[in-house]
Each structure stands twice: as structure tokens, then as C-alpha cells.
Design a protein around this ligand. Structure first.
Ligand SMILES: *Cc1c(COP(=O)(O)O)cnc(C)c1O
Length: 377
């Protein structure tokens, strides 16, 4: 595909599966029938052959470098997505304090939106879930102040979702659990902002996420886990979901999602070419500021999330006159701005502006929103 065709693609604001850099899609297309002279598509290779081995190891090394993952953390490429991790995390960690073979212990959950709410609900099958704090009474418009969290003594872990994709609520700093009086490891669902910013690993025990928001295609689930958290799985934990088993087999206990790993690997190389995570974060900050500043200054649009907790990746917004929603979406589509409809549980609009969305795309959205507001006034 030539450069003109690439730049003529519409801007895609999908929350997930989401836009992938056009350069990556273009390279994958060029390599589809014959990867590096192997005579095979990546889809057709043995996961144990030397060709895929090089793809896998390169992806692991690039991700470790990009996210500055310390040596005492393992990177696992799994399947099942964020929702499967809602079960896989407690299957592996709920028994950490109660002792292996004893069944699940106490797990603390911080609920800040739909995704962490689902996580807490699923974990109840595996032990005693305690909700340490919830933003529900405030309509999930802010992260409850960590100073007020009710953390349990001897919890097996504390779980939070660091970017709520549906409600547009993001932690701009992860809590320091030690300072809050908890010795438990922090487990983070970072599905929808992984690789959008650096991670403070000194505050994290385990981070997981589905790839289809910010890392690549659906089918790949990323788990980054501190080594001391391996080996605590409940006896009922399926072998293919046992972090220790997966780690010991370098994510090859079962066939990993090879093509999704390949595409994610191309995305990691693209991120390095962009200047790495710090440069990408600076761009994400600029993109989010452009959109939020416009919304805050307009008469027609509104975002209800507390300013300190606004997501840089997912920007939900409402038209003050909801009767104009359909006209807004139809006009956006005609202007080459796709998938702006909000999640059905929240309504309104949502612009997801992940790493692959250029500043120009956000500018095009703002220009459209301004024109729409004027012409309809
Ligand atoms: C999309 C998403 C999920 C669910 O991912 P699946 O791959 O559909 O299981 C979980 N958590 C967050 C924060 C998400 O954005």
C-alpha cells in the first residue's frame, strides 16, 4: 500500500479491538505470504520452529525494553483476554496467604468502573472478596482517595483497574500499598492503557491486559508477573492458566496465539521508532489535552470525570442535547471519523485515542465537533 492510501484511511476511535498503526498493517500485508524468505506465513509456522522463536523472543525483548520491566518479572503471552484473567488471577493468587491447597483467602478489590466491578464479581468464586473502595455512588467519575481505602490485613492481593475503558477513569499514579499499610502485592488490569505511559514496577506485583486495545489484535493476553508470585495456584487452576507452568515453558505450554504475538511485536518495534514510551506518553498527553480542553470550552459537549482522573486513552462525552446524537454520529462517519458511539451502559459518545491515533486524528475530531456545534446552534 502506498503512502497516499495509508494517509487516506479514516480515523478509527474504536475502544477495542482498536486501531493498529497503518505502518504495522502494511508491513504485515507485505509479509503475509512469505515471512522473511521462509516461504511461510507467520500463521503457518510451528510455534517451536526457529522462525517463530525469533519472532517471539524479539517481541519479549522489545516489550521488556519499552516498559522497563525489571529482571525479576516474567512476561507471559497467554489467551483468554482480560475477562479470563478475572478468574486466572484469583486461581493463581487467592491462596497466597491461606496456603497452597487451602482454598482462597481474602482479596481486596478497588472498584472504579465496569471493568473492576466485573473483576471483583468473578473473583468471588475463588475466595473472600472485600471491596476496599468503590466509586459507584459517584457514578464512577473519580478514583476514590487511596487514603480512605479499607485494606485488609493479610490480603492475598489488592486488585485495581488502572484505566477504566468504559467510564474513562484513569489512575495517573499507582498507589503505594506499603505506605497505605498493606503488604499485599498490587494486581493491575492495564488492558486499555498498557504501553501508553511508563509503569512504576516498584508498586506492582502483576499487570495484565488484553492486547486488542493498545498492543495489537485480539487473542493475545499479556501478563507481567513478579517471580515470587509464581507457584501459589489453587489445585483447581487449569495447567494452561497456571502462571508458573506458563513461565517455566516460556509461554509454550500450549500453542500461544502466534499471529497476534507477531503483530504485537511489530507494534512494539513501531513504538520504539516513535521514540519509546516516554515520547509516546508525551504525545498521548498532548492528544488528551487537545480533546478535553475543547470539550470543557464548548457549550454542547460535556465530560463528567474529575479532572485528575480523566483517561488519556478513552474520552467519554455527551451532547447536552441527546436528540442530536444520531446526527452527530452520521456526520462524523461522513467526515472519516469512525466508531465514536459510547458504550451501551453509559450512552453518549466515546473517543478512544490509543497510541495508534495521531494528534492529527484528534485535531480532525475537534474540528468536526466544533463545526457540528456551530452548524446546529
Ligand atoms: C476490554 C477490557 C477487558 C476485557 O477484555 P476481553 O479481552 O474482552 O476479555 C478487561 N478490562 C479492561 C480494562 C478492558 O478494557
Amino acid at each position: 500500500m502506498n503512502a497516499r492510501a495509508l494517509s487516506a484511511r479514516p480515523y478509527n476511535f474504536s475502544a477495542g479491538p482498536a486501531a493498529i498503526p497503518a505502518e504495522v498493517l502494511s508491513q504485515a500485508a507485505a509479509e503475509m505470504l512469505d515471512w522473511h524468505g521462509s516461504g511461510m506465513s507467520v500463521m503457518e509456522m510451528s510455534h517451536r520452529g526457529k522462525e517463530f522463536d525469533s519472532i517471539h523472543n524479539q517481541a519479549l525483548a522489545d516489550l521488556r525494553e519499552l516498559l522497563a520491566v525489571p529482571a525479576n518479572f516474567r512476561i507471559l503471552f497467554m489467551q483468554g483476554g482480560g475477562l479470563a484473567e478475572n478468574a486466572i488471577v484469583p486461581l493463581n493468587l487467592a491462596g497466597r496467604t491461606s496456603g497452597v491447597g487451602q482454598g482462597g483467602g481474602v482479596m481486596d478489590y478497588v472498584v472504579t468502573g465496569s471493568w473492576s466491578q466485573k473483576s471483583a464479581k468473578e473473583a468471588r468464586r475463588y475466595g473472600e472478596v472485600r471491596v476496599a473502595a468503590s466509586g459507584e455512588t459517584e457514578g464512577f467519575t473519580r478514583v476514590p482517595d487511596p487514603a480512605g481505602w479499607q485494606l485488609s490485613a493479610k490480603a492475598s492481593y489488592v486488585h485495581l483497574c488502572s484505566n477504566e475503558t468504559i467510564h474513562g477513569v484513569e489512575y495517573h499514579q499507582l498507589p503505594d500499598l506499603k505506605a497505605l499499610g498493606s503488604d499485599a502485592p498490587l494486581v493491575v488490569d492495564f488492558s486499555s492503557h498498557a504501553a501508553s505511559r511508563p509503569v512504576d514496577w516498584s508498586r506492582v506485583g502483576l499487570a495484565y491486559g488484553g492486547a486488542q486495545k493498545n498492543l495489537g489484535p485480539a487473542g493475545l493476553t499479556l501478563v507481567i508477573v513478579r517471580e515470587d508470585l509464581l507457584g501459589h495456584a489453587l489445585p483447581v487452576c487449569p495447567s494452561a492458566f497456571n502462571y508458573q507452568t506458563v513461565a517455566e515453558n516460556n509461554s509454550m505450554f500450549n500453542t500461544p496465539p502466534t499471529y497476534a504475538i507477531y503483530i504485537a511485536g511489530l507494534v512494539f518495534q513501531w513504538l520504539k521508532k516513535q521514540g519509546g514510551i516516554q515520547a509516546v506518553e508525551a504525545r498521548n498527553i498532548a492528544k488528551a489535552r487537545l480533546l478535553y480542553d475543547f470539550i470543557d470550552g464548548s457549550q454542547l459537549y460535556v465530560n463528567k470525570v474529575a479532572k485528575d482522573n480523566r483517561s488519556r486513552m478513552n474520552v467519554p462525552f455527551f451532547l447536552r442535547d441527546e436528540a442530536r446524537n444520531t446526527a452527530f454520529l452520521d456526520g462524523a462517519k461522513a467526515a472519516g471519523l469512525l466508531q465514536l458511539k459510547g458504550h451501551k451502559s453509559v450512552g453518549g459518545m466515546r473517543a478512544s485515542i490509543y497510541n495508534a491515533m495521531p494528534l492529527k486524528g484528534v485535531q480532525a475530531l475537534v474540528d468536526y465537533m466544533r463545526d457540528f456545534e456551530k452548524t446546529q446552534a
